[in-house]
Design a protein around this ligand. Structure first.
Ligand SMILES: [Cu+2]
Length: 303
């Protein structure tokens, strides 16, 4: 009887093409520093989730799972304040993890797409300080498609956008003071935690490909401001906005505005030789502390 049942389960798995798995992740919340190099650069005090104790990263590690997986995320809080872990539009538990405590969050991986996770406590200050990252959910069969039966791609990039107000938020929060959240004037703008000086050369951030190759770009705005991203070289196709799959034929734009805590997925096809910028359209966001050129900028190139 047991053998028969086992065989039946195996057949069911084979029919579905993939087995939903249990995926375990561990994150550690710590104090850290984020250095922006190049013109106007500085070192910012940050708080982040990291893979290892004492090594926070901004943005936080990307958690990649398949549709239908059971996801367990255990978060250790090594800071002297309460924090939490919330996957936007996916998890509902906003209760705190005590200082020097830990907590395991369990959820079913939702439909394929990109989701922001963050610390929702402390009036956005914790998210601004660096406690934000991305959950990528692939189709159940783990294929390079935006969703089951959806558009396919060759390359994939995740661009986590952030902004920080060093004097009014980071410096005050780090020194234990109370941030006046009514005033926010960010002077640093990052793609994947990098000022443009570095993001323009970062192979994990730049779009690179051969003629006609398609890159899926997951634009994740973890900042406090809306950011408009302008792609040069070719238009892109908008395929998904905050989980809403767009109807085909996909609309082609050259600029997309992504509000705070929003996600947009676009397809960019390399269609000519050369090197082109992708930049945030606001002049201020192309600087570090007001000095051009830095901030929300990267490159697109054919190789
Ligand atoms: Cu432009």
């Amino acid at each position: 009887m047991l053998k028969k049942l086992g065989l039946y389960v195996l057949l069911l798995i084979a029919q579905n093409g993939a087995e939903a798995a249990v995926r375990n992740f561990t994150l550690h919340i710590d104090n850290g520093n984020l250095t922006i190099t190049g013109t106007g650069g500085t070192t910012l005090s940050v708080w982040g989730y990291g893979d290892s104790a004492g090594l926070p990263s901004v943005p936080a590690p990307t958690l990649t799972v398949n549709e239908g997986d059971t996801v367990n995320v255990t978060v250790y809080n090594h800071r002297n304040a309460e924090h939490n872990f919330v996957v936007n539009n996916v998890t509902a538990d906003t209760s705190p993890i005590a200082s020097n405590g830990s907590k395991t969050y369990t959820f079913a991986a939702p439909t394929a797409g990109s989701y922001i996770y963050s610390d929702t406590m402390n009036n956005n200050v914790n998210r601004e300080m660096g406690l934000h990252g991305t959950v990528i959910v692939r189709p159940a069969d783990n294929s390079n498609a935006a969703w089951t039966g959806g558009p396919a791609y060759t390359h994939e990039r995740t661009w986590v956008i952030s902004d920080m107000d060093k004097p009014r938020w980071n410096d005050v929060a780090e020194s234990g003071g109370t941030v006046n959240t009514a005033v926010y004037k960010p002077n640093y703008f990052m793609l994947n935690g990098l000022g443009g000086f570095d993001a323009m050369m970062d192979h994990g951030t730049m779009i690179m490909g051969m003629m006609d190759e398609v890159t899926l770009v997951r634009i994740v705005n973890a900042g406090q401001f809306s950011h408009s991203l302008h792609f040069h070289g070719n238009h892109f196709q908008v395929i998904n906005i905050n989980g809403a799959r767009q109807p085909e034929p996909f609309e082609e734009w050259d600029t997309i505005n992504v509000p705070p805590m929003s996600v947009a997925e676009v397809l960019y096809t390399i269609n000519q030789t050369g090197e082109y910028p992708m930049h945030i359209h606001t002049a201020q966001a192309e600087t570090a502390n007001g000095v051009y050129l830095n901030g929300g900028v990267t490159m697109i190139m054919m190789h």
